[in-house]
Design a protein around this ligand. Sequence first.
Ligand code: SAM
Length: 292
Amino acid sequence: MQKDIATPIRTQEILKKYGFSFKKSLGQNFIIDPNILRNIVGHADITKDSAAIEIGPGIGALTEHLARAAGKVVAFEIDQRLLPVLEDTLSPYDNVKIIHSDILEANVKQILEEKLTDYKDVMIVANLPYYVTTPILLKLLMDRLPIRGMVVMMQKEVADRITAVPGTKAYGSLSIAIQYYMKAEVAMVVPRAVFMPQPNVESAVIKLTRHETPPVHVIDEDFLFQVSRGSFVQRRKTIINNLQSSLPNGKEKKEIIIQSLEKVNINPTRRGETLSIEEFGRLADELYPYFH
Ligand code: SAM
């Protein structure tokens, strides 16, 4: 087997060979510890019957571990300078396709439908660029990709918000947006020393698993997210105060909002952070006819 790309020595050699300089603006912090990569791929439960989608392969450190475990890997990289590097480092693997694209602009669904239908399941596995973690996750979820789940590294603070439960400080509209689609858990906390260069925030890997059935059925998902976002505008305020200032014409519709809250057994003086997804779902459906 090839020597791992992700050892500090090999990474240095590759960077030197190509005169590569890190772009902080692209969130370039490469992993230099093969054990972490083995762990990440292990959490994804991938076999040769699976396909993997990676965002930001960098110099291919995680990509090669995915290539060894999966039947096929498709990786999206925004930085053109990395294309010749990847062609070189990943040359031993014939099951990797690199796509030069900003993941936020890419039609991932089309690629899944055209290239990955032969596989039993698809996992998204990535060490995400931290400057754009949330938009990437929300885009991939909103695209409703037919994936089994994701195993993704991000800044720990965002991982904590995504996996938070009601009644905690970290719980908010991001927790709801993600947990509506996926079961979310922190798989591991990752020390800074495994990156080159070291990021100035802590990191964690989260595992997202698609729900067999969503935790709540709603009339309109976008409205559910509008209501949940609107309930956290000012965390210390009650849900009635937040909703009347965040929903369209909320002030005039204050009585309707109060009645709707009471109808679904939510005390209007509670704070958004105490509501479960199921409660937000019931509330959104109750409010829906008055805001459409
Ligand atoms: N996977 C590599 C590793 O673990 O060592 C690199 C991870 S590094 C944290 C993030 C990678 O994402 C970089 O290669 C960067 O160029 C790439 N990237 C940044 N923004 C991107 C975007 N919008 N779309 C696709 N790739 C992006």
